[in-house]
Design a protein around this ligand. Structure first.
Ligand code: NAD
Ligand code: TYD
Length: 331
C-alpha cells in the first residue's frame, strides 16, 4: 500500500510511521504542518524511507494532489493539548473540523480504499464509575474534545452518505518517547530531572487510563488493515492511575523529593476520570505490551538519555507557553 499519514511529525504519528516501516513494505507519505508540536527530528531515523511534505490538511489543493494514487489515509493531524484549546480554540476547529472535512472529501474523490481517523476517548467526556464502550454517547467537555468529536461525526457521515471505507480509533491518554513536554508525563519528568516544581491541577485525584504509545500505534495499524468500515474501536491502556500517583512515581524514578509537588489552580471544566473498554479491538487480536509501571520507567529513561531531543524545545516557544500557563500559578 501507499499510505498518506498526516500529522506524523508529532508524538503518536511518528511512532506509527516507524511501526509501519518496521512491519510492512508499504510506502509512506507524510503531510504535516510542523506546528510547535510537529518536529522533523521525530522522523530523523526514518527520513530516507519516507516522503515528507510540509503543509496543512485544510489546504484542499495540496490534499487533492497528495491523495491521488494513495491506498490509505491515516489522519493524526491535530492540535492535541486541552489547556491550549481552553486558551485559544481557533486552530482546533480549523484542523479538526475543516481539515478532516477536506481530507474526507479528497479521499472520496480519489476513491481511496481506506481512511482511518485517529480520535480520542475524550469525545465521551468524563465518567465517574464504569467504563465507556463504542456505544457510549459523545459528550465532549473541552474545545479540544468537542472539535475532535465533530471530526468523528464527519467521518461517520461520510461512511453513511458516500460509503467511504473509514474506521475510527479512540485512544486513551498516551505516554512514551517524543511526547511534547506540555503534557503531564513529559512535563513532570523534565521538571523532576531539572529539580523544578511539578504542577498538579486541583486535588490531583483525576484519573487517566495510560496507554503506551507503541501500543496505540499497533492498534491503529490493526484497525486500518482489519477493522470493519464504519466501525469505531476504543483502545484503552491497561492501568488507570490518579495524577498525583503518576507524579509520585515520576519523583521516585528520578530520585527526587515529594516536596517538588505543587498543587495549582484546577483546569476549567477538568474531566475527572476517563476509562475505556478495549474489548472490541482485542477481538481483532490487539493487546497492550506493557503495564504503566514498566512503560513509565522506560519513558523516564528515554527522556534522561535524549537531551538532544528536549533541550531545543525547552529553550524555544515552550518557554513562553510555560510562563503563560504556569507563571502565575507556580510560586
Ligand atoms: P502532537 O501534538 O504530538 O502532534 C500533532 C501533529 O499534527 C504535529 O506534528 C503537528 O505539526 C501536526 N498538525 C497540526 N495541525 C495540522 C494541520 N492542520 N495540518 C497538518 N498537520 C498538522 O499530537 P499527538 O499526541 O501525536 O496526537 C496525534 C493524534 O492522536 C491526534 O489526532 C490526537 O487527537 C490523537 N490522540 C492523542 C492522544 C494523546 O494522549 N496524545 C490520545 C488519543 C488520541
Ligand atoms: P494532559 O497530559 O494534559 O492530558 P489530558 O488533558 O488530555 O488528559 O493531562 C493529564 C492529566 O494531568 C489531566 O487530568 C490534567 C493533569 N495535569 C496536571 O495536573 N498538571 C499539569 O501540569 C498538566 C499538563 C496536566
Amino acid at each position: 500500500m501507499k499510505i498518506l499519514v498526516t500529522g506524523a511529525a508529532g508524538f503518536i504519528g511518528s511512532t506509527y510511521v516507524r511501526n509501519v516501516l518496521d512491519t510492512s513494505d508499504d510506502a509512506v507519505v507524510v503531510l504535516d504542518k510542523l506546528t510547535y508540536a510537529g518536529r522533523r527530528e521525530n522522523l530523523r531515523d526514518v527520513e530516507d524511507r519516507i516522503e515528507f511534505v510540509e503543509g496543512a490538511i485544510e489546504d484542499r489543493d495540496l490534499v487533492l494532489d497528495l491523495t491521488d494514487g494513495v491506498d490509505a489515509v491515516v489522519n493524526f493531524a491535530a492540535e492535541s493539548h486541552v489547556d491550549r484549546s481552553i486558551a485559544d480554540q481557533d486552530a482546533f476547529a480549523r484542523t479538526h473540523v475543516i481539515g478532516t472535512s477536506v481530507l474526507l472529501d479528497a479521499a472520496r474523490e480519489h476513491g481511496v480504499g481506506r481512511y482511518l481517523q485517529v480520535s480520542t476517548d475524550e469525545v465521551y467526556g468524563s465518567i465517574e464509575r464504569g467504563t465507556f464502550t463504542e456505544e457510549s454517547p459523545l459528550n465532549p467537555s473541552s474545545p479540544y474534545s468537542a472539535t475532535k468529536a465533530a471530526g468523528d461525526l464527519l467521518v461517520s457521515s461520510h461512511v453513511h452518505t458516500y460509503g467511504i471505507e473509514a474506521v475510527i480509533t479512540r485512544g486513551s491518554n498516551n505516554y512514551g518517547p517524543r511526547q511534547y513536554p506540555e503534557k503531564l508525563i513529559p512535563l513532570a519528568v523534565l521538571n523532576a530531572l531539572h529539580g523544578d516544581s511539578l504542577p498538579v491541577y486541583g486535588d490531583g485525584r483525576q484519573v487517566r487510563n495510560w496507554l503506551y504509545v507503541e501500543d496505540f500505534a499497533r492498534a491503529i495499524d490493526l484497525a486500518l488493515r482489519h477493522g470493519v468500515a464504519g466501525e469505531v474501536y476504543n483502545v484503552g491502556g491497561p492501568d488507570e492511575t490518579a495524577n498525583i500517583d503518576v507524579v509520585r512515581r515520576i519523583l521516585a524514578l528520578t530520585e527526587r523529593d515529594e516536596s517538588l509537588i505543587e498543587y495549582v489552580t484546577d483546569r476549567p471544566g477538568h474531566d475527572r476520570r476517563y476509562s475505556l473498554s478495549s474489548a472490541k479491538i482485542r477481538e481483532l487480536g490487539w493487546e497492550p505490551s506493557r503495564r504503566f509501571q514498566e512503560g513509565l520507567a522506560q519513558t523516564v529513561d528515554w527522556y534522561r538519555d535524549n537531551e538532544w531531543w528536549w533541550e531545543p524545545i525547552r529553550s524555544g516557544e515552550y518557554r513562553e507557553y510555560y510562563e503563560r500557563q504556569y507563571g502565575r500559578k507556580l510560586a
